[in-house]
Design a protein around this ligand. Structure first.
Ligand code: 2AM
Length: 213
């Protein structure tokens, strides 16, 4: 495929963590639904739970090849590390909820080093530097446009109650072993994701497939 694709670089949590995120998401949906507020949000599908390291947006084929090569190289230089789910929160703030997310705990230093390397790769390939600081999160929901302010205020209170209720202690953490290069297709039903390449950390053996599909 030679036209630009909307792409990004991310970490994908393993099944057990996806299941835990699904539970947390279901609990929030239930709380909002009980108050007639659930319809004001779009909900990430479990297949789409990921930790974005760098959103690239429209990426021509030549840059996709360069990114895949760069990720293969970068994966050689960064070893596996451990992450766990952390506290939930919202962007940008409680009076203007746009994104509801779950944060990350665990080896933040290794995560930050990996993300900085991914950012440097994006720049070296010609992408403009990301101005926003990296704020690791996994998105569970986004608010729809045009919610009446009073309803948004009520929803924010519900989300805050949910975020501040500590979930059952999670002993789950996981070993991050790969970086994924992903194509995002926007459809009326929401974003659909296809993996273009998966790069094993510490091994030096990435599998890239940026070819036609
Ligand atoms: P998210 O991690 O907060 O969900 C693929 O679209 C991913 O890239 C999404 O998961 C999203 O953020 C992130 N993303 C989408 N559009 C973006 C944009 N314009 N700027 C930065 N990140 C974006």
């Amino acid at each position: 495929m030679s036209e630009p694709l909307r792409t990004f670089i991310a970490l994908e949590p393993p099944k057990a963590i996806v299941a835990e995120l699904e539970q947390r998401q279901a609990e929030l949906r239930k709380r909002l639904a009980e108050r007639g507020l659930e319809r004001h949000f779009t909900w990430s599908r479990p297949a789409g739970f990921h930790l974005t390291l760098r959103f690239l947006g429209d990426t021509p084929a030549s840059r996709r090849t360069a990114i895949a090569r760069g990720l293969a190289q970068l994966a050689c230089e960064h070893g596996p590390f451990r992450l766990a789910l952390g506290q939930a929160g919202v962007f940008p703030n409680w009076s203007r909820v746009r994104v509801v997310w779950v944060g990350l705990a665990g080896d933040q230093d290794a995560l930050a080093r990996l993300q900085a390397a991914v950012e440097a790769l994006a720049r070296s390939v010609g992408f403009v530097a990301e101005r926003r600081p990296f704020s690791p999160h996994i998105t569970l929901a986004r608010s729809r446009r045009g919610i009446p302010p009073e309803e948004l205020r009520r929803a924010a209170a519900v989300i805050r109650g949910w975020a501040e209720t500590p979930p059952p202690p999670s002993t789950l953490d996981w070993r991050v072993t790969a970086v994924h290069y992903i194509h995002s297709r926007l459809t009326p039903q929401g974003a659909r994701y296809t993996t273009l390449g998966r790069f094993q950390l510490g091994s030096g053996h990435g599998e890239a497939d940026p070819g036609p599909r």
